[in-house]
Design a protein around this ligand. Structure first.
Ligand code: CP
Length: 311
């Protein structure tokens, strides 16, 4: 029913996705699982993280998993060890499951094809590629709000080219039948997104959407020239959620952002915690979504004594 790795949200069938959403909601209601034997996990974050790292840790602890403390910045990665050798080392000492965030887009492809790697891999974000656990928590947040995905229009606005969140969400939302709109600087609009939705001026998009997903400008992925020519104030005025634009949104529309938020760039600071904003709710949902992801993997590996009953 489930897969033993979690690398790309679009590897899931819509049926598997629904099961994960149901499972996440069960965990939110307090459901617990029983493991057949002690399970060990390691979280390898080669890029900075607050939410993904800490909420995977919280999910692992809540599921009774033993965490192996490893930090790539103080590990033998610094002596030139490859990612594959680090993964095989941790597997050799008995780690069952690894959450990996890495700057290389698609880092997981070669590891996924390596038959010697039997430990389960979870993609905690690969470069500008995918961020599947973020997608699941975003979908959970939308599902809770609208009781499904039917008849929704969702706008994704910002630095689309460098955003793994946009890339993960665009395709899965399209598969769910959502009308997807894209906005932001045209120079950061990837042409392949035409397959999932429509590019639109931000002022028009904001009036149409039920969900506004804002993105951070990923300065760390831009060239020096692009960073030098970037002005927060200009970006905010041209593409950000200003107070003026906020007042043109539908009454029931919600505001989402994967965070970290750059206040007064993609969103006016005073709008980060307005009643329509779900930014901190997304973070809360992240723990339950990640408990569901890990549980689905443990189930695929036959490590769960008793799987929670679905709602
Ligand atoms: N949304 C997200 O991935 O946040 P972090 O980079 O803090 O993990």
């Amino acid at each position: 029913m489930y897969n033993s790795n979690f690398l790309n949200i679009n590897d899931l069938s819509l049926n598997q996705l629904q099961l994960l959403l149901d499972l996440a909601r069960e965990f939110r209601k307090g459901k617990q699982i029983q493991l057949k034997r002690p399970v060990f996990s390691a979280n390898l974050f080669f890029e900075n993280s607050t939410r993904t790292h800490s909420s995977f840790q919280m999910a692992e602890k809540k599921l009774g998993i033993n965490l192996i403390d490893i930090n790539p910045t103080t590990s033998s990665v610094q002596k030139g060890e490859t990612l594959s050798d680090t993964v095989k080392t941790l597997q050799a000492i008995g780690v069952d499951l690894m959450v990996i965030r890495h700057h290389e887009t698609g880092w997981y492809h070669s590891l996924n094809n390596d038959k010697k790697i039997t430990a389960s891999l979870i993609n905690g974000g690969d470069g500008s590629g995918q961020h599947p656990s973020q997608s699941l928590l975003d979908l959970l947040t939308i599902y809770d709000e609208f009781n499904g995905f039917a008849n929704l229009t969702i706008g994704i606005v910002g630095d689309l080219a460098h955003s793994r969140v946009a890339r993960s969400n665009a395709e899965i939302l399209h598969r769910l039948g959502v009308r997807v709109l894209f906005g932001g600087p045209q120079k950061w609009y990837p042409k392949e997104f035409d397959a999932y939705g429509e590019f639109m001026a931000v002022d028009d998009l904001i009036k149409e959407v039920d969900v506004l997903m804002l993105l951070r400008v990923q300065l760390e992925r831009l060239t020096h020239e692009a960073v030098d020519s970037f002005t927060a104030q200009n970006y905010h005025t041209e593409f950000g959620l200003t107070l003026q634009r906020y007042h043109t949104m539908k009454k029931r529309a919600i505001i989402m952002h994967p965070a970290p938020v750059n206040r007064d760039v993609e969103i006016a600071s005073e709008l980060v915690e307005v009643p329509q904003a779900r930014i901190f709710k997304q973070m809360e949902n992240g723990v339950y979504a990640r408990m569901a992801i890990i549980t689905s993997i443990l189930d695929a590996k036959g490590l769960i004594k008793e799987l929670p009953v679905y709602a």
